[in-house]
Design a protein around this ligand. Structure first.
Ligand code: UDP
Ligand code: MN
Length: 302
C-alpha cells in the first residue's frame, strides 16, 4: 500500500469523472428528450447547443431580427414587462427591430433599448372581438413584411404580448420556418391535439395526421417563409369566414395546419413558450419565455 499511489489513483478517477461530465454536456447531453424530428429538423432544448459558438457564427453574418407584438385594448398593460425582458434576453447583442401594433400608441411605455436595437410603434384599429384581433394579426404581419421589412431584415418572430422573457432566446432558434411546441400538449398523443377537426374548415387536420401541436403565440423564421405562412393562414382564415366557419383556435389552428403541410426546419421546445400557471417539469431545464397568468374576463373585450 502506497499513499502516493492512492492519491494518483484518486486524481485520475476525479479527472475521468470531470472529463466524462464535460463530454456528456457537450456531445450527448440530452437523452431524456427527443432532439430531432422524423424529417431531421432540430428540436431545440437547453443542453443541445453551444450558445457561444452559435453567436459567433451569426455575428459574422451581421444578421438582423424583427419581432412583432400586438397590444390592442387592455393588452397594452403587458407591454412594459414584455419589452423590458425582451431587451435583456431576446437576441442580446444583435440588431433587433421590435414592431408594436396597438390601438393606443400613446400608452406604449418608452422602454430604452440597448444599442443597435429599436422600438417601432404602428397604429392599428381597435376591436370589440378578441377573435378579430387575433385574426387580423396574419394580415398585418403580411403587410409589414411586404411594405416595410422585406429587404431590411433577415429573420422575424411573431410573439404574444401577454408573456415575459426569463432566459436566453437567441441564435439557436434561427431557421427557415420555426415553430414552438405547445407546453400543454408535448406529452400527448396526436389524437389528443386540439386541431380543427371539422373537414369543412381549411384548418382541418385528420385524426391520424399532425406532428406536434404548435403555439400560436410564437413562430418565425426567414422573411420569405414567414410571408408565405402569413399569406396562406390569412387567406384560409378569410375563406373559412366567408363560409361562416371559425377554426377551433383561430389562427393557431391555421398555423398548425400550415406546419403539417410545410414542415418547420427548426422546432423549439416548450422552453420557448411556457405558461406561468403550469408546474415546471423535470425535462424543462430552463424557461426562456412564458405566458403570464391572466384573467380573461378582465382583459378581453368580449
Ligand atoms: N390581443 C390583443 N388584445 C386583445 C386580445 C388579444 O392585443 O384584446 C393580442 C395579444 O398580443 C395577445 C394575442 O393577441 O397576446 C393572443 O391573445 P391571447 O394572448 O389572449 O391568447 P392566449 O395566449 O390566451 O391563447
Ligand atoms: Mn397569449
Amino acid at each position: 500500500y502506497s499513499p502516493v499511489q492512492n492519491v494518483k489513483q484518486s486524481c485520475f478517477l476525479l479527472f475521468l469523472a470531470m472529463f466524462s461530465t464535460f463530454l456528456f454536456h457537450y456531445f450527448i447531453s440530452r437523452t431524456d428528450v427527443v432532439s430531432v424530428t422524423p424529417w431531421l429538423a432540430p428540436i431545440v432544448w437547453e443542453g443541445t447547443f453551444n450558445p457561444t459558438l452559435l453567436d459567433a457564427v451569426y455575428y459574422k453574418k451581421n444578421i438582423s431580427i424583427a419581432a412583432t407584438v400586438f397590444a390592442v385594448g387592455k393588452y397594452v398593460m403587458f407591454l412594459r414587462n414584455f419589452l423590458e425582458t425582451l431587451d435583456q434576453h431576446f437576441f442580446a447583442g444583435f440588431r433587433v427591430h421590435v414592431y408594436v401594433f396597438t390601438d393606443q400608441p400613446k400608452e406604449v411605455p418608452k422602454v430604452k433599448m440597448a444599442a443597435g436595437r429599436e422600438l417601432i410603434v404602428q397604429p392599428v384599429p381597435s376591436s370589440n372581438r378578441w377573435q378579430e384581433i387575433s385574426a387580423r394579426r396574419m394580415e398585418i404581419i403580411q403587410k409589414l413584411i411586404e411594405e416595410k421589412i422585406q429587404n431590411k431584415v433577415d429573420y422575424i418572430f411573431c410573439l404574444d404580448v401577454d408573456s415575459k422573457f426569463h432566459d436566453r432566446w437567441g441564435t439557436e432558434s434561427l431557421g427557415g420556418l420555426v415553430a414552438v411546441i405547445h407546453p400543454g400538449y408535448y406529452k400527448n398523443d396526436r389524437s389528443k391535439f386540439p386541431y380543427e377537426r371539422r373537414t369543412s374548415s381549411r384548418a382541418y387536420v385528420a385524426p391520424d395526421e399532425g406532428d406536434f401541436y404548435y403555439c400560436g403565440g410564437a413562430f418565425g423564421g426567414l422573411i420569405p417563409e414567414v410571408l408565405q405562412l402569413a399569406k396562406t393562414c390569412r387567406k384560409n382564415f378569410e375563406d373559412d369566414a366567408k363560409e361562416g366557419i371559425e377554426a377551433a383556435w383561430q389562427e393557431e389552428s391555421h398555423l398548425n395546419r400550415y406546419m403539417w403541410i410545410n414542415k418547420p426546419s427548426k422546432v423549439l421546445s416548450p422552453e420557448y413558450l411556457w405558461q406561468d400557471f403550469k408546474q415546471r417539469e423535470a425535462e424543462i431545464r430552463t424557461i426562456r419565455f412564458s405566458g403570464v397568468v391572466k384573467n380573461y374576463n378582465d382583459i378581453r373585450p368580449n
